[in-house]
Ligand binder design. Structure first.
Ligand SMILES: [Zn+2]
Length: 139
């Protein structure tokens, strides 16, 4: 798999593994902050530690890497050709966890927005404008 990953993606994956903020997460937060939103980040009190928590809008945002979170139909949601079973199990577990966390949050009255890395990379401004519209629905 690593052969098919760009250096950028690999560093993104590594930063994700270490649990550090990715560049794209930081961009999302900077954008929201510039638009006047105030939030908590990676708050452990919430299922799945959402990347952005907006208590005022009862909204959480996950910024998902397409590989790790299996973005449906996305070219980046590849299955590694070596140790395939290991990866399938690991990645399927990620998806199951995501689904569980989202339903826990939804049951608790939170709106959940999932942003995908590839969409943000392709069209950051539009994706964020759309995101803000969705946040504002919860005023
Ligand atoms: Zn994607």
């Amino acid at each position: 798999m690593s052969d098919s990953l760009t250096a950028q993606k690999r560093s993104w994956n590594m930063s994700r593994i270490k649990g550090k903020d990715t560049k794209i997460e930081i961009s999302v937060r900077k954008y929201l902050f510039a638009k006047g939103f105030r939030f908590r980040k990676n708050d452990k009190r919430y299922p799945g530690k959402p990347d952005v928590v907006l208590p005022k809008y009862k909204t959480v945002i996950f910024v998902n890497g397409c590989f790790w979170h299996r973005h449906s139909g996305c070219k980046d949601a590849t299955i590694p050709k070596t140790r395939t079973d290991f990866w399938l199990e690991k990645l399927n577990r990620n998806v199951a966890n995501d689904e569980k966390n989202i339903s826990l949050l939804t049951d608790d009255g939170w709106s959940v927005i999932v942003l995908w890395e590839c969409e943000l990379e392709k069209n950051f401004e539009d994706t964020m404008e759309e995101t803000i519209k969705r946040i504002m629905l919860n005023v």
